[in-house]
Design a protein around this ligand. Structure first.
Ligand SMILES: Nc1nc2c(ncn2[C@@H]2O[C@H](COP(=O)(O)OP(=O)(O)OP(=O)(O)O)[C@@H](O)[C@H]2O)c(=O)[nH]1
Ligand SMILES: [Mg+2]
Length: 196
């Protein structure tokens, strides 16, 4: 069974582009803002020589917080074992948004993330020379990896995913049912399509 990983981060930071790189190893200069939820599937081996390739189901949603209620965030996170929080290195606002997301995942019981959810940060668009902040000076707690990535060149994207794979908690039966009570009957997030 594929392991569920969710993409999170401000709008336009490159969440869909990371999914596209992981699943299809391609990049589009022009993308359409995501509405609803889409899925990418891919296989990623961990960083250690002996880690087996892991099939991931990468969930992608809109970055605009106004499109996302707490209920939809709970549904989005349901059964997720890992999260990739994406920051755009040219946008200080996207760093603030990512900080908020990470603390919500770690501290906010209402958002229903697993306590052992593995979180990796992507400092995306690192092909741009102009930086809004110095990624090396940013401190994170509860994050397994923070990697500079460029979906345009492909740099760092596999490395980020491989570090996350190594940190994913076991996909046990308890985890599969841990958030079941949070599902609302008839509620659905899916208006996007499976991409691959
Ligand atoms: N130069 C450069 N452009 C990028 C990179 N990643 C994404 N982009 C561009 O940034 C724009 C937004 O990318 P998306 O992947 O759609 O961003 P998103 O986070 O999914 O956006 P929402 O769905 O609106 O939240 C597109 O024009 C991409 O081509 C990157 O690493 N480098
Ligand atoms: Mg998108």
């Amino acid at each position: 069974m594929p392991k569920k990983v969710v993409l999170l981060g401000d709008f336009g930071v490159g969440k869909t582009s990371i999914g596209m790189r992981l699943a299809e190893d391609r990049f589009e200069e022009t993308t359409i803002a995501t509405l609803g939820v889409a899925h990418f599937t891919c296989k990623v081996a961990g960083l250690t020589p002996f880690s087996a390739a892991t099939k991931l189901e990468v969930w992608d949603t809109a970055g605009q917080e106004r499109y996302r209620s707490l209920d939809s965030l709970r549904l989005y996170l349901r059964r997720a074992l890992g999260a990739i929080v994406v920051v755009d290195v040219t946008s200080a606002g996207s760093l603030e948004a990512a900080k908020r997301v990470v603390s919500q995942l770690r501290l906010d019981e209402d958002c229903a993330a697993r306590e052992d959810l593995a979180i990796a940060v992507a400092y995306n668009k690192c092909d741009f020379e102009a930086r809004a902040f110095d990624p090396a000076a940013v401190a994170w707690t509860g994050v397994c990896a923070a990697v500079e990535t460029s979906c345009k060149t492909g740099a760092g994207v596999q490395q980020l995913a491989r570090a996350l794979v190594d940190a994913l908690p076991a996909d046990d039966a308890a985890a599969a049912t841990s958030n079941v009570g949070l599902t609302q009957p008839g509620a659905s997030l899916t208006s996007g399509s499976d991409c691959c």
